[in-house]
Design a protein. Sequence first.
Length: 116
Amino acid sequence: QVQLMESGGGLVHPGGSLRLSCVASGSISNLNPVGWYRQAPGKERDLVAYSYLTGQTPYANFVKGRFTISRDKAKDAVTLQMNSLKPEDTAVYYCYAKERGIHINWGPGTQVTVSA
C-alpha cells in the first residue's frame, strides 16, 4: 500500500511561516484528494485543507487566508504553506490521501509548534 511521509514541521514564533511537504512511496500526483489534517494534544484530528484533481481546494475556516495547499508536480508532493502562524496552530500535522476512493494509512505526522 502507498505510504505517506510528512516533513517541514518545527518551532516558529507567532506570525512566522512554515512550509510542510508530503510525499508518497509511489506517485502522489494521481491520489485524489490529498490534504492535511492536524491534531493538537487532547483534541480530535481536524481537517485543515484538501486538494482535489478538479482544482478545488477547500479550507477549514480557521486557516482561510493564512494557509495554502498546493500540489508540487516537480517534487511529486503536496505542500502546505502556513503563514501568520498562531499559537493555536500548534499540533501534529498529518498528510491525507485517497487512492481509488480508499483512505491511505496516516503517516507519522510532523510537529508544528508556534510559541514565543
